[in-house]
Write a protein that binds this ligand. Structure first.
Ligand code: RP5
Length: 196
């Protein structure tokens, strides 16, 4: 019954409107956060993306987080690097679940981002994922799992993703064989070029 991309969901909400807000402290975070966006797109979850900086645009951050629930956003994914206040500050202005992605910083390889996001004092939680690309992908998958409680179509998309992932791993049981195959293909391509 529910179609996330159709006109109306079973719960009577307007579909196609973003359910996930992906925010990040800087355009430089997009390289990482793009993986969250791509994963949500793959699962058919509507999302929006915005640069919202805790340090450089604090008023915008407050406005974004405070209005997200009213606008129909159900989960916020916040990526930031260094002294990464964005996820925690966003969480302080909303009761929506906030998932934090520590972006890999140049100076400390993201350890600073990880600790800034994970070490929230008791009272305002941020669900913290791994540093970098893996964290961005997993934030999207976790957002889908949360949304799956209410949206059966998203839950099924997540289930299909898991099944496909398992099949892919099982279809390549021997890494040495896969490497040989790739090497043989490369040799075949090179010898083909020489003949021309
Ligand atoms: C943080 O500072 C951002 O989240 C980003 O990861 C980091 C560096 O930002 P830029 O100097 O690249 O804009 O606020």
């Amino acid at each position: 019954m529910e179609r996330i991309k159709g006109k109306m969901t079973a719960s009577g909400e307007k579909s196609g409107e973003p359910l996930v807000g992906i925010i990040m402290g800087s355009t430089s975070d997009w390289e990482t956060m793009e993986d969250a966006a791509n994963t949500l797109r793959e699962l058919g979850v509507p999302y929006e993306t915005r640069v919202v900086s805790a340090h450089r645009t604090p008023d915008l951050l407050f406005e974004y987080a405070a209005s997200a629930e009213k606008r129909g956003i159900a989960v916020i994914i916040a990526g930031a690097g260094g002294a990464a206040h964005l996820p925690g500050m966003a969480a302080s202005k909303t009761v929506l679940p906030v998932l934090g992605v520590p972006v890999e910083s140049k100076a400390l390889k993201g350890l600073d981002s990880l600790l800034s996001i994970a070490q929230m004092p008791g009272g305002i939680p941020v669900g913290t994922l791994a540093i970098g690309k893996a964290g961005a992908i997993n934030a999207a998958l976790l957002a889908a799992a949360i949304l799956g409680n209410k949206h059966p179509a998203i839950r099924e998309a997540l289930r299909a993703f898991r099944i496909a992932q398992t099949k892919k791993v099982l279809s390549q049981p021997d890494p040495a064989a896969a490497a040989r195959k790739a090497l043989n293909a490369m040799h075949a391509q090179l010898s083909g070029k020489k003949k021309k």
